[in-house]
Ligand binder design. Structure first.
Ligand SMILES: *[C@@H]1O[C@H](CO)[C@@H](O)[C@H](O)[C@H]1NC(C)=O
Ligand SMILES: *[C@@H]1O[C@H](CO)[C@@H](O)[C@H](O)[C@H]1NC(C)=O
Length: 263
């Protein structure tokens, strides 16, 4: 384990090292992937010769291909009914309440450490290593990346509204704006929002639709936590991200101690 700072991301024009992807020099995962696909090919060839039916049933039973309405990773279902609202603290005109509401969001929760076994099984892209266990990749869950982007946009808008200087690079804001656009397009939400009647303004107020359960996503994120916590006011750091940022496990565990004991 390297004792130097953990290099998360340093790209040209990178404004937020945490959320820009740095391609890890550690090719262990690629090699494993090659090895696994090599083994799979040989196995398949032998199986073909021996028993074509075996191959068919083998493919039919790959876990991530079992037909269901659950998501592939945290196994979420679209089974939670939630109504659209304009009345939450997130839309409050009282600045204190508004700030408090937005302050409850924590995009860092979305940093997870996922085992290569799980990644291979689910067809996930390889990822840079989690510092405390080289058999795990560091990933950021999409829902949390979306939240991060929203908070970035809100910060920028608030600074503009308060006539304060912009603390974020415009490139970062633009990255987030486009990220959310892609998210919307990808989801292609076909729910028709009702209009008119007696709602104060807009469409869809109080209308129910089926959602995935964010609490369940949070539980899954915590149970796979990368123990990451961002330090405010430090966007880029020479020489990489301090390992200290990965010492905030929600369950109080200390994987860095277990990790150094193994050496
Ligand atoms: C998935 O959802 C659809 C529509 O709600 C339903 O008809 C179907 O039976 C579900 N499939 C599974 C495997 O649960
Ligand atoms: C805003 O909300 C806070 C906290 O609930 C409250 O103390 C304060 O009086 C409110 N301000 C206004 C202007 O309503």
């Amino acid at each position: 384990m390297s004792s130097k700072g953990y290099r998360l991301i340093q790209e040209k024009n990178a404004i937020d090292e945490v959320f820009t992807h740095h391609h890890d020099k550690d090719l262990g995962f690629s090699k494993r992937r090659q090895l696994v696909s090599g083994i799979v090919s040989i196995t398949l060839a032998m199986s073909l010769a021996a028993n074509a039916f075996f191959i068919i049933s083998h493919f039919l039973h790959r876990p991530h291909e079992i037909s269901s309405n659950r998501t592939a990773f945290a196994s979420l279902e679209r089974n939670k009914q939630i109504a659209w609202t304009d009345d939450s603290g997130f839309a409050s005109h009282n600045r204190t309440i508004w700030d408090q509401a937005w302050g409850t969001l924590n995009p860092d929760t979305g940093f997870v450490a996922i085992s290569d076994d799980f990644a291979l099984r689910t067809g996930l892209h390889e990822s840079q290593r989690w510092p405390w266990d080289s058999s795990k990749g560091l990933y950021l869950l999409q829902g949390y990346h979306n939240l991060h982007c929203l908070t970035i946009l809100r910060t920028s808008l608030t600074e503009m509204h308060d006539e304060k200087p912009q603390s974020l690079h415009f490139t970062h804001i633009n990255h987030c704006l486009d990220g959310l656009r892609q998210e919307i397009i990808c989801n292609a939400d076909d729910t028709p929002r009702y209009s008119g009647l007696d709602q104060k303004m807009g469409t869809g107020n109080g209308q129910y639709r089926m959602c995935k359960d964010w609490k369940k996503l949070e539980e899954w994120a915590n149970s796979h936590s990368a123990c990451y916590k961002y330090k405010h006011g430090v966007e880029t750091i020479e020489g990489g991200i301090p390992l200290d940022r990965f010492k905030h496990c929600p369950d109080g565990s200390k994987p860095w101690i277990e990790s150094s004991n193994k050496d």
